[in-house]
Design a protein around this ligand. Structure first.
Ligand SMILES: C[S@@+](CC[C@H](N)C(=O)[O-])C[C@H]1O[C@@H](n2cnc3c(N)ncnc32)[C@H](O)[C@@H]1O
Length: 320
């Protein structure tokens, strides 16, 4: 796609309604040949609007008028480009635990959790967060968490009466991030869009939980590493492989390979991906006209619910 068009699409399809600053900024960039010419020097996969805007923020080009922003980007371009080359869009959203939890809690515990595309592994702590599903409050056994996830629900969501016991946390990522490393935390923070202050607070609190009790995080491609992680999990536990907002980055053949591998392993499989990402689920989805993008939550290839991208809502397919 033409670069200006890429920024326009990002503004209109993703940022509009979610971040007024990014909405305006991406439209301004789309209409600025000088800034587009700088971005065009990067390889195509590094020209993502989300990546460029986060890299610019890390180097101080943030909530200022566009004339100032473009000046900062032009002057600081070498550093911004270096960050874009070194980093990836690895948004780690602990809020997604709220839409994973009802599926996880439907399995017999104790659980061994293995996350593919884990980023810093913040979704590996569903037992350490507090949840608010409408009037229903759920807290860890030792009391309310600093991470409180609020999730609106429709349909017969099987909200558990207590949190599952997790005895093993492991993840893999092409580039695992470290919640105890300040540069990695700064990058995760820069990936949260301007104006989403609640997500910033959640990120800080979730990083503190992960830093205090780090998961096992392995570097590598999910198709190369998932089998060894499943085999390394304790045998006297229920092993669950899960992922959210990850397989969309893989070509269809690699998604199919992952499906075949995971289905052959002694584990359950929870996927939370966009509606078109796993074609074998597409035909089973109810026709609904959702206001914005949704992920599909599925257990062992049975689609169960639509989940909002950051865990804000869960729409269960069954009405009970
Ligand atoms: C959008 S982030 C989502 C992180 C986390 N799952 C969450 O929900 O917060 C996608 C992650 O998948 C990782 N990833 C993408 N392709 C991968 C692959 N082939 N193997 C392993 N990790 C991959 C990226 O590095 C990134 O950290």
């Amino acid at each position: 796609m033409h670069l200006a068009q890429r920024f326009r699409e990002f503004a209109l399809r993703e940022a509009r309604g979610n971040s007024p600053l990014y909405h305006r900024r991406a439209l301004d960039i789309a209409a600025d040949p000088d800034i587009l010419a700088l971005i065009a020097q990067l390889p195509s996969d590094k020209q993502q609007p989300n990546l460029i805007l986060a890299a610019a923020r890390i180097h101080g080009a943030n909530a200022v008028p566009y004339t100032e922003f473009r000046e900062q980007v032009a002057v600081g371009w070498a550093a911004i480009a270096a960050t874009a080359m070194a980093r990836r869009t690895q948004t780690n959203e602990a809020g997604r635990a709220a839409t994973l939890l009802p599926v996880l809690a439907s399995l017999p515990g104790p659980l061994s959790l293995i996350e593919a595309g884990a980023s810093a592994g913040l979704c590996l702590y569903p037992d350490r967060f507090s949840y608010r599903y409408g009037d229903i409050a759920l807290d860890p056994v030792d009391g309310p968490s600093q991470v409180v996830l609020t999730c609106a629900t429709t349909g017969a969501v099987p909200i558990p009466s207590r949190l599952p016991q997790v005895v093993h946390r492991a993840g893999l990522d092409l580039n695992p991030l470290d919640a105890s490393d300040s540069a990695d935390r700064d990058w995760l923070s820069a990936l949260i869009w301007p104006g989403q202050d609640e997500r910033q607070a959640r990120l800080r609190a979730a990083c503190a939980i992960a830093a205090a009790d780090p998961p096992t995080l392995v570097a590598g491609d999910l198709n190369d590493k998932i089998s060894e992680l499943v085999r390394a999990a304790p045998r006297d536990s229920t092993v669950v492989v899960f992922h959210s907002a990850v397989l969309t980055y893989l070509p269809p053949s690699a998604r199919a390979e992952f499906r075949a591998t995971v289905r052959g392993l002694p584990c359950h499989w929870i996927s939370q991906e966009g509606t078109g990402v796993l074609p074998w689920l597409a035909g089973t989805l109810p026709e609904r006209d959702w206001p914005s993008a949704r992920l599909v939550s599925a257990l062992d290839e049975v689609a169960l619910a639509y989940a909002a991208p950051h865990g804000q809502s869960l729409d269960w397919f069954g009405v009970g």
